[in-house]
Design a protein around this ligand. Structure first.
Ligand code: SF4
Ligand code: SF4
Ligand code: SF4
Length: 274
């Protein structure tokens, strides 16, 4: 394994001081990073992604079983590189996919009717898979989504769902994995370089919202381009619409006077907010 992948990294990784590691450590970091899924989800307790976890395994002797999406195959592959005893992989909330022996992959899907266009999910996505502009419905490009789940917490109206996408056997080859991981790693680095540029540009009016932006020491004093009252009302209206839909579904199956009255009340509340 060459150490080429440790060159020309985004400035976020300067703090890893990779050039000060011994040649053997650099080779181990490169080899471990090459087995990691490059989902950049932070579930290994490294919110800046896979590379810092790889460094920590090599330099800090951090346990090698913490990559949740990688599951047992990745834990075992790292144990082999590092000549360590095998460890059971950190468990996932998703069941094991029998075709990969890894947790079943998921993709995020925005319930477009409920999206209020607040844009908060966009900076959270490490691979730039979400498109949309302020106050307009957003959407996720499924082919790019890795299912890292990082867009869920910032969404104020919980309108992002995760759907399981088991991998076909045809895609479970070392060659396909390597290509896919290189692509994701490249997208993440592009994302980081773009954010670093935005941070450096003091005339930039984009609000600071993601962990990476904060780490990149950006200014944190700008505002989302929606006034506070409008934002509050929009969120309240989205929540009411969700309740209305749920009630309408229930009432379409079985009539219930109390629920009918609740529905009428919610519709009135919604009318007042609009
Ligand atoms: S894919 Fe694995 S190594 Fe990479 S950030 Fe997620 S948990 Fe960590
Ligand atoms: S859309 Fe959400 S789940 Fe998919 S890669 Fe982006 S942040 Fe992760
Ligand atoms: S955070 Fe949620 S509501 Fe806001 S734009 Fe994204 S999906 Fe829509």
């Amino acid at each position: 394994m060459t150490t080429e992948r440790l060159n020309d990294l985004p400035i976020l990784f300067n703090r890893l001081h990779l050039q000060s590691l011994s040649p053997q450590q650099q080779q181990q970091v490169a080899a471990v990073d090459a087995c990691l899924p490059q989902t950049q989800c932070g579930l290994c307790d490294h919110p800046e992604g896979c590379l810092p976890y790889a460094v920590s395994i090599v330099v800090e002797e951090e346990p090698h079983n913490k990559c949740v999406p990688g599951g047992q195959p990745v834990s075992d592959a790292i144990a082999k590189i590092m000549a360590r005893d095998p460890l059971s992989a950190r468990p996932s909330t998703w069941p094991v996919d029998p075709n990969t022996q890894r947790p079943t992959e998921v993709r995020a899907v925005i319930r477009e009717d409920d999206c209020i266009g607040c844009t908060k999910c966009i900076p959270a996505c490490p691979v730039d898979a979400i498109v949309g502009t302020g106050k307009h419905m957003h959407t996720i490009i499924s082919d790019l989504c890795t299912g890292c789940e990082l867009c869920l917490p910032p969404c104020p109206v919980d309108c992002i769902d995760l759907v399981q996408v088991p991998r076909s056997v045809a895609l479970e080859t070392a060659e396909y994995r390597a290509k896919e991981q290189a692509h994701l790693r490249g997208r993440y680095h592009t994302h980081l370089n773009r954010v670093a540029q935005q941070v450096a540009d003091k005339s930039n009016t984009k609000p600071v919202t993601s962990m990476v932006e904060t780490l990149l020491d950006n200014a944190s004093h700008q505002n989302i381009n929606i006034d506070a009252k409008t934002a509050k009302n929009t969120i309240a209206a989205a929540k009411i619409r969700t309740k209305i839909k749920k009630l309408e579904r229930q009432l379409s199956i079985r009539q219930n006077d109390n629920k009918q009255a609740e529905l009428a009340d919610l519709k009135q509340q919604l009318a007042q907010l609009n």
